[in-house]
Design a protein around this ligand. Structure first.
Ligand SMILES: *Cc1c(COP(=O)(O)O)cnc(C)c1O
Length: 370
């Protein structure tokens, strides 16, 4: 998609769409599918991680698009997310990464969801309930110390009848630093996971998240990407091989000229060093745009990078549009899109693109294309 022209912005305003909402989020389902196909072409079967409402992109639309492309296995974080995913994906295998909360077997079964079991208690509870008749995964902790059985415990349990009784058909582990290929922890985790896999013959194995897909020896039977599907760069040391997915554009509510010395926004955090043209955007931190980007980020107006001035407000952002002749009331500014990819926006906010994506709010109008 090219930069939104003033004429295009006018058209959007006439429809009342952006005018009613302040901002528009465009999600390119075709790009998500293309990203999934690109990852799936790297060898193993490719699942899709669609936790946090498909990284903010909406599982109700993303799920069926990926299913149509051939994706058959999905991962979410919570039971509630699993129920939402099930509504969109009646036939898919859906695993719930955060495991089995006490007493939750019934709703898991009612929605045909597969818990990713991470402790002896979870294995015992699921086994007692399902008697092996319902699939589940086993999470092995190879270094995160977050979820899953430690490697020695997983090795000790192999061959234990409780594993079969819990219906375990998939073994998974998660990388600590897959986006840093030079980190020696990757090779340690790959080796430990291979040892556990060898102790569980017949189970499918899954290790690679988005960045892991690009690490040697991490492929196994099932890839488990999330971020890269949604346009994030899985190889931060080199150019992003993924297609961008989200585009966030906000309406310019007002444009004003200020004199040198004028202070701008809450606490007067920015003072104009020279006469300046300012534009006020109808989008703020209540829309999920990070306040931490105050004074550090940019937006594009007619393709011109315009600095974000002072503090981001709840509903508004102030831009310096002195260099952007296209800025006028009713035009739009691009907050995410073109040169402002999610990784760039994340860095500017002192965080990662993941947090930008999953923070995307529901306040603006959402448009799906592709
Ligand atoms: C979130 C998550 C993934 C996906 O990770 P990305 O880096 O977004 O590809 C895979 N596996 C587990 C266990 C996760 O929690």
């Amino acid at each position: 998609m090219e930069v939104v022209s003033v004429a295009d912005a006018g058209r959007v305003t006439e429809t009342g769409e952006t005018g009613a909402h302040g901002a528009r989020l465009t999600i390119d389902l075709g790009a998500i599918v293309a990203n999934w196909r690109m990852l799936a072409a790297r060898g193993a079967e490719c699942a899709a991680v669609v936790k946090a409402d498909a990284y903010g992109c909406g599982v109700a639309r993303v799920g069926p698009a990926l299913w149509s492309a051939g994706c058959r296995t999905f991962f979410v974080a919570h039971l509630a997310e699993g129920i939402a995913a099930r509504a969109a994906l009646p036939e898919a295998a859906i695993y719930v990464l955060n495991g089995l909360p006490p007493g939750a077997c019934e709703p898991f079964a009612a929605h045909d969801l597969r818990p990713v079991l991470g402790s002896r208690e979870e294995i015992a509870e699921w086994a007692a309930f399902s008697g092996g008749g319902r699939p589940a995964a086993l999470h092995v902790d190879t270094g995160m110390n977050r979820l899953g059985l430690p490697v020695p415990e997983a090795l000790e349990l192999s061959g234990d009848p409780r594993i079969a009784a819990a219906g375990i058909d998939l073994l998974l582990s998660h990388f600590v630093s897959a986006e840093k290929p030079e980190d020696p922890v990757n090779a340690r985790q790959i080796a430990d996971f291979a040892r556990v896999k060898a102790a569980y013959p017949g189970l499918l194995a899954s290790l690679a998240n988005s960045s892991g897909v690009f690490l040697d020896g991490a492929g196994h039977d099932l890839l488990r990407p999330g971020y890269a599907l949604f346009g994030g760069n899985p190889t931060p040391d080199s150019a992003n091989p993924m297609r961008p997915v989200v585009r966030l554009e906000a309406l310019i509510a007002q444009v004003r000229q200020v004199e040198a010395g004028a202070s701008v926004g809450y606490n007067g955090r920015w003072t104009a060093p020279a006469p300046s043209r300012l534009a006020t955007l109808s989008l703020g931190y209540a829309d999920g745009f990070p306040r931490a980007i105050s004074g550090r980020g940019q937006a594009l107006v007619g393709g011109v990078p315009c600095p974000i001035l002072g503090l981001v407000s709840m509903d508004l952002i102030i831009l310096d549009v002195t260099a952007a002749p296209a800025a006028r009331r009713g035009a739009t500014a691009v907050l995410i899109g073109d040169s402002l990819d999610i990784d760039t926006v994340g860095r500017a906010a002192g965080t990662i693109g993941y947090e930008i994506l999953t923070g995307l709010g529901s306040r603006y109008v959402r448009t799906y294309v592709g």
